[in-house]
Design a protein around this ligand. Structure first.
Ligand code: AMP
Length: 191
């Protein structure tokens, strides 16, 4: 199995690159943000809880996210691999993911970190707010999400680096140029 974590701040292009990776490598996409937005739309119990955190730009508690992810993995028994997009976002989630994958006799092959400076991230998120109408793409929530990313999510980079699984890619530039660099990195490990 080829299991990939796509990592980066909100607005770094994780979703866009994930779509291209899925097409080329035939992986299953797991975007915790998309799943949570689906739960909110369907007004499930999880959705009602998640909505409060998402609206403020805070993280949904680890135990809810980990339980949600664990049950999703159980429903994809024979795939080529997963691309995890927006998960893990805390060290506890990273450790839980390793354990869940171990229980399925697999592991993370590589983590791709898309780095983009904060001025560009803010610009992209505000633009997405206008186009896609995502309720959390407004200036106050964006600041909060970027701070949460720096404090709670960025420390995970050291976790993957220590395991020799981190590949950094400059996330500025055209979607195609970035995907070329992502593909090169994935082809190297997927020989
Ligand atoms: P995203 O679409 O990945 O930017 O996620 C949107 C929002 O959903 C985030 O700002 C969080 O409030 C919540 N969320 C998504 N994934 C996670 C996660 N792995 N852990 C906690 N909260 C999450």
């Amino acid at each position: 199995m080829l299991n990939i974590v796509i990592f980066g701040a909100p607005g770094s292009g994780k979703g866009t690159q994930s779509e291209l990776i899925i097409k080329k490598y035939g992986l299953d996409h797991i975007s915790t943000g998309d799943i949570l937005r689906g739960e909110i739309e369907n007004q499930t119990e999880l959705g009602k809880i998640a909505d409060k955190y998402i609206a403020k730009g805070h993280l949904v508690p680890d135990e809810l996210i980990i339980a949600m992810l664990s049950s999703i993995l159980d429903t994809h028994p024979h795939n080529k691999g997963f691309i995890f997009d927006g998960f893990p976002r805390t060290l506890a989630q990273g450790e839980a993911l390793d354990k869940i994958l171990r229980d399925h006799s697999t592991s993370i092959a590589v983590t791709i970190n898309l780095s983009v400076d904060e001025a560009e991230l803010t610009k992209r998120l505000l633009k997405r707010g206008e186009i896609a109408g995502r309720s959390d793409d407004n200036i106050d929530t964006i600041h909060s999400r970027l701070e949460v990313y720096r404090k709670q999510t960025e420390p995970l980079l050291a976790y993957y680096k220590k395991q020799g699984k981190l590949i950094g890619i400059q996330g500025n530039g055209s979607v195609d140029d970035i995907f070329e660099k992502v593909s090169e990195a994935l082809d190297r490990i997927n020989k």
